[in-house]
Design a protein around this ligand. Sequence first.
Ligand SMILES: *[C@@H]1O[C@H](CO)[C@@H](O)[C@H](O)[C@H]1NC(C)=O
Ligand SMILES: *[C@@H]1O[C@H](CO)[C@@H](O)[C@H](O)[C@H]1NC(C)=O
Ligand SMILES: *[C@@H]1O[C@H](CO)[C@@H](O)[C@H](O)[C@H]1NC(C)=O
Ligand SMILES: *[C@@H]1O[C@H](CO)[C@@H](O)[C@H](O)[C@H]1NC(C)=O
Ligand SMILES: *[C@@H]1O[C@H](CO)[C@@H](O)[C@H](O)[C@H]1NC(C)=O
Ligand SMILES: *[C@@H]1O[C@H](CO)[C@@H](O)[C@H](O)[C@H]1NC(C)=O
Ligand SMILES: *[C@@H]1O[C@H](CO)[C@@H](O)[C@H](O)[C@H]1NC(C)=O
Ligand SMILES: *[C@@H]1O[C@H](CO)[C@@H](O)[C@H](O)[C@H]1NC(C)=O
Ligand SMILES: *[C@@H]1O[C@H](CO)[C@@H](O)[C@H](O)[C@H]1NC(C)=O
Ligand SMILES: *[C@@H]1O[C@H](CO)[C@@H](O)[C@H](O)[C@H]1NC(C)=O
Length: 511
Amino acid sequence: MRVPVLPSSVAGALIALPRVLALYERTYHSSPLAIQPFTILYRDPSYDPDNTTLFLVSPTGPAIAQPAPVIYDSTGELVWADPTIGNTNDLNVQTYAGNPVLTMWVGSGNPGAGPEVGDGIAQIYDETYSLVTNVSAVNGVDGTDFHEFRIVKPGNTTALVTAYTPIPADLSSIGGPVQGWYLNAMFQEIDIATGAVLFNWSAVEHISLSESMITIAEFMNGSSAQTAFDAVHINSIDKDTDGHYLISARHTWTLYKLNGTDGDGDVIWRLGGKNSSFANTTADAAFFWQHDARWHGADTISVFDDGAAAFGDAVEIVEEPFGSGKILRLNEEEKTYELVQRFEPFPNASPSFAEGSTELYDSQVVVGYGTNPWITVHDLDTQKVLFSAVIGPNNASLWAEGAITNYRAYRTTKSVWVGQPGTAPSIAVDSENGTGTVYVSWNGATQVDRYVLYTGTTAETVDTALRTVKRTGFETALSAEGSLGYVRVEALAVDGRVLGSTEVVGTKLKA
Ligand SMILES: *[C@@H]1O[C@H](CO)[C@@H](O)[C@H](O)[C@H]1NC(C)=O
Ligand SMILES: *[C@@H]1O[C@H](CO)[C@@H](O)[C@H](O)[C@H]1NC(C)=O
Ligand SMILES: *[C@@H]1O[C@H](CO)[C@@H](O)[C@H](O)[C@H]1NC(C)=O
Ligand SMILES: *[C@@H]1O[C@H](CO)[C@@H](O)[C@H](O)[C@H]1NC(C)=O
Ligand SMILES: *[C@@H]1O[C@H](CO)[C@@H](O)[C@H](O)[C@H]1NC(C)=O
Ligand SMILES: *[C@@H]1O[C@H](CO)[C@@H](O)[C@H](O)[C@H]1NC(C)=O
Ligand SMILES: *[C@@H]1O[C@H](CO)[C@@H](O)[C@H](O)[C@H]1NC(C)=O
Ligand SMILES: *[C@@H]1O[C@H](CO)[C@@H](O)[C@H](O)[C@H]1NC(C)=O
Ligand SMILES: *[C@@H]1O[C@H](CO)[C@@H](O)[C@H](O)[C@H]1NC(C)=O
Ligand SMILES: *[C@@H]1O[C@H](CO)[C@@H](O)[C@H](O)[C@H]1NC(C)=O
């Protein structure tokens, strides 16, 4: 039996905000989508000259009219969004069964402005945007949490997911109730094909309450299952080639290396926090309330250093003036760690109170700032900003209110993610506009180079090519001048291949 044991929320003003419907969203003639704009704030002339990069995001918050997984291109245009999937997190392109797939967590919960853990399902979609399979944590009580859904390379047959369960616990050592509740942070490695749990780890057996950087008074007082004390808060899991795990725990400011081969997942070392096995050589190497820790070789780790945290509407803790991406190098002999690179926000800079990501793509780094829904792209070596954008308008009040947040920012390219929607392109005709305008869009299609407008005097004879227009963005407008009463539009690839055709529609225009 499922019992309602997840913390209902961290309460407060953020979730109480009314949903702001289509205030800032871009809307279209040929599509019912109403999705936040992707506002480009800086674009270096050298960045993505062919406009082939794609950004994968999951905007959440009260200003999102249509919660959905979203893909934008580097010109700021929408490429794909699917509100029928609903609220998502951690949208990414990974590889499964040899093919590129879209992966995401689907469920209710908003890591930036709502419950800080989730109860949902991890899902995998193919290039036609059809559901391939579900992945679920198996813990007897709650569903899969939204913080992680990573397919383990190089085999790509298993996935790492997080889960949370409140359990009774004595919290008196940190000033809480003797008969209190502890929010047990768990992670599992799951065989995607069979759903079998291959590794099951939980914080209560390995991490002491005293490591937590939050106090009973600040957050979730532990008096009930709904307010279980979230001492650890795992937000990322990575696995190295030796089979060991690296987890990031926001509430202990610590990255833990866990033994993946001893059956128990014993702590091999701690990086950061109250009991670090390594000492920072400089102040800027330290991190606070961090997210998204990833290995890059045997001694190098990338991480998003939030530098701040907010709990509910009452508590804000600021350790650094802004969140940043960091690359750290460990010295196992000296037991030290140093900052190798730091990727700072631009042009806006303020603390990130939750979420965030730092992802490496060859010689570039993509940083997502979480509760600040900004994305910056940097050169890995020089740290120079190459690209900067924000989900929604460039309006700081929205970020202060948590109205638009984005858990992580990932990137791919049109050569890797070849979106071939199972649906046809959509058409709309505006007969009132001069000689008429035909609008066409194709949600999720990444290969369209141009559109050809066909016309005819009957619905059965729409085969006279009227004009060809280069695709200009999510929606392309074509003049209907010269149309004969009925129209349709074909989508062509750069090599002239016909990718799809809209339905035939009457124009209500005189021939
Ligand atoms: C890429 O997008 C930019 C910005 O919209 C535009 O100026 C440029 O012409 C585009 N490049 C190509 C090759 O389409
Ligand atoms: C696993 O995924 C990575 C990248 O996502 C890919 O490079 C690799 O070829 C994949 N391996 C298999 C066996 O599919
Ligand atoms: C995945 O989960 C969804 C939602 O629970 C369900 O509707 C769907 O049937 C599942 N699909 C597969 C392939 O397991
Ligand atoms: C994983 O561990 C948790 C916490 O100890 C437990 O509740 C759950 O049943 C375990 N799941 C599996 C599949 O062993
Ligand atoms: C703990 O938090 C809950 C929910 O905010 C509140 O109702 C309760 O009074 C608190 N208990 C204590 C002992 O502070
Ligand atoms: C992991 O655990 C195994 C089994 O106890 C042990 O032999 C091995 O040395 C451990 N690895 C590390 C890196 O501690
Ligand atoms: C501190 O870390 C050491 C080794 O990493 C471990 O043995 C010890 O139990 C830890 N202490 C606490 C209070 O967690
Ligand atoms: C390590 O980081 C902490 C926190 O920023 C700082 O107080 C301390 O001075 C740093 N240590 C060194 C050697 O810089
Ligand atoms: C910025 O957002 C706030 C909060 O939604 C709104 O009141 C304000 O009008 C917005 N400013 C602009 C310039 O759109
Ligand atoms: C009229 O159509 C043209 C393209 O043919 C388009 O650029 C313009 O925005 C349309 N105007 C309105 C009011 O829809």
